[in-house]
Design a protein around this ligand. Structure first.
Ligand code: F3S
Length: 414
């Protein structure tokens, strides 16, 4: 990989040890993926903020950067911590875990990270624009940045995101390149049989998961999605598409910015495969995401990715006047900023009056010990949470619409 004189000097330690470590990681990565050179990035989203994910060695590296006097060269938003730092007891973690998580959070702040603590920074905290190069981690954030905004980022792994933010650069490969952004497989929604206009959030998540599984590592192009699709529906669709497959970019013809036409989405070439998606595929995916048909959940988790103010408002409307029944937990995950705004609007009071718990800054999906904590069945409106919860914890999982989840939390058991 070609390096400028300045990059060579960094690699030789002339700008200090922190930059030497960070750029050496990026150069190795660039060599592996045959990057031709480094590119400057305008901002970063750091996925390495959960101690549950990066553990002791990750904490050591972050603290080493702090001790060496490193700072992020570009604005860097931060992904959720493993737990809600204000309600950590509810995650049943040990004090020593909390202490490690707090040290990791402090290290990220010392490096200059922006305390967004959310996996949906594109809704609150980050600024993105079409065509800019950025360096983002967290699969749902990556796919949204690339697809919905038309910004450009590879799918950064944990700790390489820290190195990119310290250097302000990333090797040029993958989704930074025009040729890797063209749609390869076309998904035609059978709109005569499938009423996409009345799709729920969970339907969009099931559609995303189904497309991601079939696309694999290819860039999917989707047709027949109405322009009225909301930002939150795209968020759930994107999180699911990146869970079902290794997808960092999708196009929706007539909706996303690099897909004004089918031809533009496919870079003027023919898609290598055309796949139809109808009622059966959606129903099968919805069924596959549940491990049981018995809707008797004892923990209901919403907000993966983190709920927006609009989604909190919807949840408040559904739960208003009801009560979460004894022996059942209703957890809603969101960002500190969304909670602050929703508090101003009286939304949080309504949810809490009904017995729902709002968790900020955390990620139950990854820090998930539901089975050890005595929960038998988890219910969620998130395809990503459903997929990982059944895989990680072995609890029974029910995937369904938000309304059904809240109904299950508030329905008296016989
Ligand atoms: Fe966010 Fe955790 Fe889900 S980071 S997307 S709540 S897995």
């Amino acid at each position: 990989m070609f390096l400028t004189n300045e990059e060579e000097a960094m690699l030789n330690g002339e700008y200090g040890e922190a930059l030497e470590i960070a750029i050496s990681v990026l150069v190795k990565l660039g060599d592996i993926y045959e990057a031709d050179r480094m590119i400057e990035v305008e901002n970063a989203h750091i996925d390495s903020s959960s101690y549950f994910i990066i553990g002791e060695s990750g904490l050591n590296l972050c603290e080493k950067f702090v001790n060496l006097g490193a700072t992020f060269k570009v604005p860097a938003t931060l992904n959720p911590l493993g737990i809600d730092p204000h309600r950590w007891q509810e995650f049943r973690v040990s004090k020593s875990y909390v202490e490690k998580q707090n040290r990791l959070a402090e290290a990220h702040i010392s490096l200059g990270g922006i305390a967004t603590w959310t996996c949906a920074p594109y809704q609150y905290g980050a600024n993105l624009r079409f065509g800019q190069n950025v360096a983002w981690g967290e699969s749902n954030a990556v796919v949204s940045a690339n697809s919905v905004y038309g910004a450009r980022t590879e799918r950064l792994g944990d700790l390489t995101d820290i190195c990119a933010a310290v250097v302000g650069k990333y090797p040029r490969f993958g989704l930074y390149l025009n040729e890797n952004r063209r749609g390869q497989v076309l998904f035609k929604i059978e709109s005569d049989k499938l009423d996409v206009k009345s799709f729920s959030y969970a339907d969009y998540a099931a559609l995303g998961f189904c497309i991601g599984s079939l696309a694999g590592t290819r860039v999917p192009v989707v047709t027949e999605i109405p322009k009225s699709v909301t930002w939150d529906q795209l968020k759930d669709f994107g999180a699911a598409i990146a869970t079902g497959g290794s997808v960092g970019l999708y196009h929706i013809v007539g909706v996303t910015p690099e897909a004004r036409t089918l031809s533009e989405a496919c870079g003027g070439l023919k898609p290598e495969e055309v796949i139809s998606i109808g009622v059966d595929e959606i129903n099968e995916t919805r069924e596959k995401l549940s491990t049981t048909t018995e809707v008797k959940a004892d923990i209901i988790v919403l907000g993966c990715p983190h709920y927006s103010v609009e989604q909190l408002k919807r949840a408040a409307i559904i739960v208003k006047g009801k009560k979460v029944v004894e022996g059942v937990e209703l957890w809603i995950q969101t960002s500190p900023m969304a909670k602050m705004l929703a508090s101003e609007m009286g939304i949080i009071d309504i949810i809490e009056a009904a017995g729902g718990k709002i968790h900020i800054s955390g990620c139950f999906t990854m820090y998930n010990y539901a089975q050890e904590w005595g929960f038998g069945t988890l219910m969620t409106d998130s395809a990503k949470n459903a997929y990982y919860s059944s895989g990680i914890t072995g609890v029974e999982v029910v995937f369904d619409d938000t309304e059904k989840c809240i109904e299950a939390a508030t329905r008296q058991r016989s």
